[in-house]
Design a protein around this ligand. Structure first.
Ligand SMILES: Cc1ncc(C[n+]2csc(CCOP(=O)(O)OP(=O)(O)O)c2C)c(N)n1
Ligand SMILES: [Mg+2]
Length: 557
C-alpha cells in the first residue's frame, strides 16, 4: 500500500480546490502540456498523481489509462511520432516509475520527444523514506535526456526547460519527478511573465554550419555513383520535398532508415529501399558500391548491422557527427531540409544514375525479400503485402520487434511521413499494439493497423481492452509462428536447439472476444485477404491471428 502524507488526497476523495486552479503546480503543468498541443496524457493512476490527472481533465486533456505504465509510455511515444508533437506519460512513484523506464529509454533512443512525469512520496519524507521510494534522478539518468524535480518555486522554469530539452535536437525523453505534496501548491512567479509562456518548439529559420577544410560539396560534385541515406532527422525536418528535388536533379538514389519511412515517397523512381530490413545485403551492396554516401539526417542509432562500408560519407544532420560510427571529412550541420535545399541549389552536374539503374536495384531488392517464399503457404511477406493492399490511403502502420518487423520494414510501402511507426532505436518488444491505439487517438481519421509478432503481442495484448473500451477500431495482425523467431533463427545459426524461444499457441479469436474485440484466424493468403477486407472502415477493433509459415525467414536473415 502506498504510504501517503496526512495532507495528500486519498483515492476517491473530492479533488482539492487547488487542483484546477491556474496557479497550482498541477494546473501549470497541464497548461503547458495543453499549450504544446497535447490532448492526451497516457498513464496509469496512483495516489501521488491524482492532482495532476484532475488538473489535466480540467484543462481538456484526456487521461488515457493503459493497462500498465510501460505500455502507456509506448503510447506517449507513438502519439508523438504520429502527431509530430511531444508525447506525455504519467506514472506514480516506485513501481509506477520503474515500470515506465523501458518506454522512457525507447523514446530517447528513438529520438522522440516525451515528457515522462512520475509522482513521488511527499517532500518531507523523500530524502529518507524507503517504502516505494526509488531515486528517480539516478534511475532515469542513463535513459532520459534530463531528469528534474518539479518544485513549486521553480515550476515554470523547470517545465519550460523540460519541454524545450525534450524537443531540442536530438529529441528524446525528459523525466519530471513531482512529490505528492507539490501538486496543489501555487507555483512560483514565472520569469517569462506567465502564466504559460511556451518556448518555441520548432525552428522558425534555418542556418547551416560547415565543418571540415575546403569546399564541403567537392566530393559530391566529383562523385559518379552517390547514394543518399536519409534518416530520422530528415523526417523531423520534414525534408521530403528537398530530398525529392535533389534526387531528381542530381539523379541520386535514396535509401531510407526504417524510422524515416515515408519521408521519401516509396513509389518514386529514385527510391532505393530501407536500410537493414529484409534483403539488407542488396541495400548494403548499393552503399558499398557507391562512391559517396550523403547521410541526410541519418542517425546511427538505427544501425542493426555494423557500419563496414569504406565509401566516403558526407554528414548532413541537425547534430555534428559526434557518433563517429562512420568518418566524414565534412559536416553540414543545421536544418536538414534547408541544407538539402542549399545542396540542390548548388548542383549543376548531370544526373548520376539513370532511373532504369535504380529500378534494376529495386528489382534485386524485391527478389531478395521474396527469397524463401513458398507458393501455397501464408508467408511473412504475403501478410505484409495483403495488409498493404487492403490499406486505404493515409493508413498508419505500427510494428513490433522481431522477424516480422524486418519483413514489414522493407515490404510495407509507406504512404507518407509519420505513417509508419517502427521502434528501431531501443527496439523494444511490446510497442506495436499500444502504438496503434495511441496513433488512432491522435489521428482519429486515419485507419490504423499493427503488424506484430506473437511474442510481442503477448506482452501487450490486454491493451486491446483499452481499444475496445475507447471504441477505437484498430486492426492488429499477429504473425503467429509459435516462436520468438528472430532469436530462434540465431540459435539455429549457432547450431543450438530452440531453448526458450518456442511458445505454445494462444487462441487469439477467443482472446479477442474476451476483450470485446472481433477476432479472426487466417492460415492462407485468401483467408487473410478476406479477414482484412475493408478494415479501414471498421467500427470495432479487430485481432487477426495470421498463422504464418515462418520458413521464409530462414532464407532472409
Ligand atoms: C522487451 C524485449 N525483450 C527482448 C527482446 C529481444 N528480441 C528481439 S526480437 C525477439 C523475438 C520476437 O518474437 P515475436 O514477437 O514472436 O516476433 P517474431 O520474431 O517471431 O516475428 C526478441 C525476444 C526485445 N527486442 N525486446
Ligand atoms: Mg513470433
Amino acid at each position: 500500500m502506498t504510504q501517503l502524507p496526512a495532507s495528500a488526497p486519498a483515492e476517491g476523495s473530492p479533488p482539492p480546490e487547488s487542483a484546477g486552479h491556474p496557479e497550482s503546480v498541477a494546473a501549470l503543468l497541464a497548461g503547458y502540456v495543453h499549450a504544446a498541443g497535447v490532448r492526451h496524457v497516457f498513464g496509469y493512476p496512483g495516489e501521488s498523481v491524482i492532482d495532476f490527472m484532475e488538473a489535466a481533465r480540467h484543462r481538456g486533456i484526456e487521461m488515457v489509462s493503459a493497462v500498465r505504465e510501460g505500455t502507456a509510455a509506448f503510447m506517449a511515444e507513438a502519439a508523438a511520432m504520429a502527431a509530430g508533437l511531444p508525447g506525455v506519460c504519467l506514472s506514480t512513484l516506485g513501481p509506477g516509475s520503474t515500470a515506465v523506464l523501458n518506454g522512457v529509454a525507447s523514446a530517447t533512443l528513438d529520438r522522440v520527444p516525451v515528457l515522462a512525469v512520475s509522482g513521488q512520496i511527499e517532500s518531507s519524507r523523500e530524502q529518507f523514506f524507503t517504502h516505494q521510494v526509488v531515486d528517480h534522478d539516478r534511475m532515469f539518468a542513463p535513459v532520459a535526456k534530463l531528469a528534474l524535480r518539479l518544485d513549486p518555486a521553480s515550476a515554470d522554469t523547470v517545465i519550460r526547460k523540460a519541454l524545450r530539452t525534450a524537443v531540442a535536437e536530438r529529441p528524446g525523453a525528459v523525466h519530471l519527478t513531482v512529490t505528492a505534496d507539490a501538486w496543489p501548491i501555487p507555483a512560483g512567479p514565472s520569469p517569462a511573465g506567465g502564466p504559460v509562456s511556451l518556448p518555441p518548439l520548432a525552428p522558425a529559420a534555418a542556418s547551416v554550419d560547415v565543418y571540415g577544410d575546403g569546399d564541403p560539396l567537392r566530393g559530391l560534385r566529383a562523385a559518379r555513383r552517390p547514394v543518399i541515406l536519409a534518416g530520422i532527422a530528415a523526417l523531423r525536418c520534414a525534408a521530403g520535398p528537398e530530398l525529392v528535388r535533389l534526387a531528381e536533379l542530381a539523379g541520386i538514389p535514396v535509401v531510407v532508415s526504417p524510422m524515416a519511412k515515408g519521408t521519401f515517397p516509396e513509389d518514386h523512381p529514385y527510391f532505393a529501399g530501407v536500410l537493414d530490413m529484409a534483403g539488407h545485403r542488396v541495400v548494403w551492396d548499393l552503399l558499398a558500391g557507391a562512391d559517396l554516401i550523403l547521410a541526410a539526417g541519418f542517425d546511427p542509432v538505427e544501425l542493426i548491422s555494423p557500419w563496414e562500408v569504406a565509401t566516403p560519407v558526407l554528414h548532413l544532420d541537425t547534430t555534428p557527427n559526434t557518433d563517429q560510427v562512420y568518418p566524414s571529412a565534412h559536416e553540414l550541420v543545421g536544418h536538414v531540409a534547408a541544407i538539402l535545399g542549399w545542396v540542390a541549389a548548388q548542383w549543376s552536374g548531370e544526373p548520376r544514375w539513370a532511373e532504369a539503374e535504380v529500378a534494376a536495384h529495386r528489382a534485386r531488392l524485391r527478389a531478395a525479400w521474396l527469397a524463401g517464399r513458398a507458393e501455397g503457404r501464408l508467408n511473412p511477406c504475403d501478410v505484409v503485402t495483403i495488409a498493404r493492399d487492403a490499406a486505404p490511403p493515409g493508413t498508419i502502420v505500427t510494428t513490433d520487434v522481431g522477424s516480422h518487423k524486418i519483413m514489414a520494414g522493407q515490404v510495407w510501402q509507406a504512404a507518407g511521413p509519420r505513417s509508419v511507426l517502427i521502434p528501431n532505436g531501443l527496439s523494444a518488444m511490446g510497442f506495436g499494439v499500444p502504438a496503434a491505439i495511441a496513433a488512432k487517438l491522435v489521428r482519429p481519421d486515419q485507419p490504423v493497423i499493427a503488424l506484430v509478432g506473437d511474442g510481442g503481442f503477448a506482452m501487450a495484448a490486454t491493451e486491446m481492452r483499452i481499444a475496445s473500451g475507447l471504441g477505437l477500431p484498430v486492426t492488429v495482425v499477429v504473425f503467429a509462428d509459435g516462436s520468438l523467431n528472430r532469436i530462434e533463427l540465431r540459435q539455429q545459426l549457432m547450431g543450438y536447439p530452440p531453448t526458450a524461444t518456442r511458445m505454445d499457441g494462444m487462441d487469439l479469436v477467443t482472446l479477442a472476444e474476451a476483450m470485446d474485440c472481433d477476432g479472426v484466424r487466417a492460415d492462407s493468403p485468401a483467408g487473410l485477404e478476406k479477414a482484412l477486407a475493408g478494415f479501414g472502415a471498421r467500427t470495432r477493433p479487430l485481432i487477426v491471428e495470421a498463422r504464418i509459415d515462418p520458413a521464409q525467414y530462414e532464407a532472409q536473415f
